[in-house]
Design a protein around this ligand. Structure first.
Ligand code: BGC
Length: 425
């Protein structure tokens, strides 16, 4: 068998496999809800779907990984309007500062956020603030959460075990701002909240971006007996996933070996790295890139191949030839390898969405909208098409029951909706 064919077999996710992922995921949801053994954290969010009555002007902080955004939104009659926004990377392009490593303290990170908030709050102004904080937290109410661990290769010191909204409140006080955090949510929850303002059938929120995770609206939550959105932290799902030797290499060299196994197959912080590992391994075995000097000079470091480039590899074979100084045949091979990694991610994600819907609606009687945000879904060449194709194949004649739809800026606007929901009660 030729190399490409054997890679294609390793990376293939058949229709049966997607349905198996769906069943395993559903089981993991049900075990997790009962407090049983599950790779899903199933965190209660202490918030349900919006009523549509929310109104007012609120601040939002969106801390997702590589960027922070602060914004001001006004909400009225289910319409959410952005009035102001400041955003910033957490690392400078020239490497002179970096707020993501263990050299940064939690105080420094939250002071940085407060500094951004100060840019959109006028003198004497007073606001409530919703905070989208997209890392695993254990919540005990809508404004109290404990950071369980960093993800997405972040490792700021002194934040794990603390309440990010308390850290934010203290930083805001140091800046003498009259701004009070009143809600903390996950970005998946924000995406679902924003979608639910417009679409009655929105019951799943998911991020396919730098990281990956999914939440859904549990019709009757065991803790409260009421509807509540559950943040599954599905990055960690790992039951019977089709790991290859390349996934295992990536995992072993990551900040969190053994953790975030699904995220390592579907999300932006890892997809480029996975392609890099495959190419480097094949090149070192002499099966690809006979002249591997460009690969060595540009992509020898961990994380040196951004997922954005993978998107370009799939779109444009000439770009590959230029990037690697390689033959058209080798470029074709690299393009195919990139496409199969992306297709696998899309089909695994599809399996988890089906599993979630089957938990809510085992007979698939109703319509379900999966609200999706994130750069991988939005921009990765071929991803959304493969996801749709995966849903169609696995669901057969029920395929029209689940639709995935891009909902932009759920993590920013969703934080404002959450703040508005708190004040409504
Ligand atoms: C985090 C989640 C988050 C997801 C998408 C994951 O790494 O653990 O909390 O929702 O990334 O941003």
């Amino acid at each position: 068998m030729d190399l490409l064919q054997s890679l294609a077999n390793e990376f293939a996710v058949s229709t049966d496999k997607m349905n198996e992922v769906a069943q395993n995921f559903k089981k993991a949801i049900e075990n997790g809800l009962k407090g049983g053994k599950s790779p899903l954290l199933m965190m209660p969010s202490y918030i349900g779907k919006p009523s549509g009555e929310e109104s007012g002007t609120f601040l939002a902080v969106d801390m997702g990984g590589t960027n922070v955004r602060v914004a001001k939104f006004s909400i009225k009659d289910r319409k959410i309007t952005k009035i102001a926004e400041v955003s910033s990377g957490l690392r400078s392009n020239d490497g002179t500062w970096d707020y993501t490593t263990s050299k940064t303290t939690a105080e420094e990170l939250f002071d940085f956020f407060a500094g951004k908030i100060a840019q959109i709050v006028g003198p004497g102004e007073k606001y409530l603030l919703g905070h989208t904080f997209s890392f695993p937290t254990k919540q005990t109410d809508i404004n109290t959460a404990t950071l369980l661990m960093w993800m997405k290769e972040i490792s700021v010191t002194g934040a794990v075990g603390k309440n990010p909204n308390q850290l934010l409140l203290e930083a805001l006080k140091r800046k003498k701002l009259d701004v009070k955090p009143c809600a903390i949510i996950n970005d998946t929850v924000g995406t679902l909240l924003v979608a639910a303002c417009q679409y009655a059938d929105a019951d799943i929120g998911t991020i396919l971006g730098t990281g990956h995770n999914t939440c859904y609206a549990e019709p009757s939550h065991p803790v409260t007996g009421k509807p509540m959105i559950v943040n599954m932290e599905s990055a960690n799902f790992d039951w019977e996933l089709p790991f290859t030797e390349y996934d295992n290499l990536l995992d072993a060299a990551s900040n969190k070996p053994g953790g975030a196994r699904l995220e390592k197959m579907v999300s932006g912080v890892y997809l480029g790295e996975l392609v890099r590992i495959i190419l480097s391994r094949l090149a070192s075995q002499g099966s690809l890139l006979k002249d591997n000097s460009k690969l060595k000079s540009t992509y020898s470091e961990k994380n040196s191949l951004p997922s954005k480039e993978v998107s370009e590899f799939i779109r444009n074979r000439n770009y590959i030839e230029l990037t690697f100084d390689c033959s058209p045949k080798e470029a074709e091979m690299i393009q195919n390898i990139s496409a199969m990694v992306i297709k696998r991610g899309a089909r695994l994600a599809a399996g988890t969405y089906i599993g979630t819907v089957l938990h809510i609606d085992p007979e698939l009687r109703n319509q379900h909208m999966v609200a999706v945000d994130g750069s991988i879904y939005e921009k990765m060449t071929g991803f959304k098409e493969e996801l749709r194709r995966g849903l169609d194949e696995a669901l057969g004649n029920k395929a029209d029951k689940i639709r995935a739809q891009l909902v932009k800026d759920g993590s920013g606007a969703g934080a404002a909706v959450a703040a508005a929901m708190v004040t409504e009660n």
